[in-house]
Design a protein around this ligand. Sequence first.
Ligand code: NAP
Length: 268
Amino acid sequence: MMKYAIIGDPVTHSLSPAMHNAGFKAVGLDAQYHRIPVKMSELKEGLQFLKDNNYNGWNVTYPLKEAIIPFLDHVSSAALAIGAVNTVKAVDGLLYGHNTDGEGFLQSLLTKGHSLKGKNIVILGAGGAAKAIAVTLAAHQAVLTILNRNESKAKVLAEKIRELGGKASWGELNSDKWLQEVDVLIQTTPIGMKGEKFPFSLEGIALSSLVVDLIYHPARTPFLEEAELRGCATMNGLEMLLYQGVLAWEYWLNSEAPISVMHRALLA
Ligand code: NAP
């Protein structure tokens, strides 16, 4: 039997096991996907456990995505550019790391028919998810504005994007004239997970803009509800979760993932 897992702390609420196990069952693959809690202080032992028990691959979540890199034998160029790994495969005792978060997000936009070249993209937040998205979208010629509570973190990320050849500016997390010019607004902070209101209103936002919140539980945060009320198209984080999983599957198995089955499992 093939074995896969998600490692991190916490992993109890992860939807990845439901998504991948439904996919394995649908294609008749003798494989199982488990939750394995691994704290930062236990990373080395956790990886040894996965190797000793012949796990074929695993997803990596908070807080291990950066810390795992020194333990890997190969890291993909995408993961190196982002500086974080969310997917690992074990082949002949060697560990290969990749990052499917940014590409997963990109895929969720492309499948809804959105293009990126020259588009004004505003990213709220500058944490791990924002980094993966920013690096990927900048590589597809989007023009980025990164706004963060801690402005210096937004600056570091914008400067990294520029070093990689992309276009990015930065600022504090507040509303400004960018609202009238934004094509895609991406909310990457945890604000709204407990139903909290966002710190500023979207009054004046371009009606043609797409507003995305990476949070998928609740399905509609107050931020997304406001965007909807103002007439914008909206999307929550479920599609990103789906496509990062689809791309991880394809990285592990070199075969096409059963996307609609995996999507249904997430919705259920
Ligand atoms: P992270 O690395 O901890 O970054 C959190 C970001 O949010 C930082 O920029 C932080 O700003 C900001 N922030 C946190 N609390 C804030 C507050 N009260 N007010 C203003 N800004 C605040 O987290 P992450 O891994 O990027 O995850 C962020 C969110 O994305 C989470 O809700 C997570 O569930 C979601 N996510 C979804 C997916 C998906 O597949 N849909 C994938 C990854 C993440 P400072 O720098 O100022 O602290």
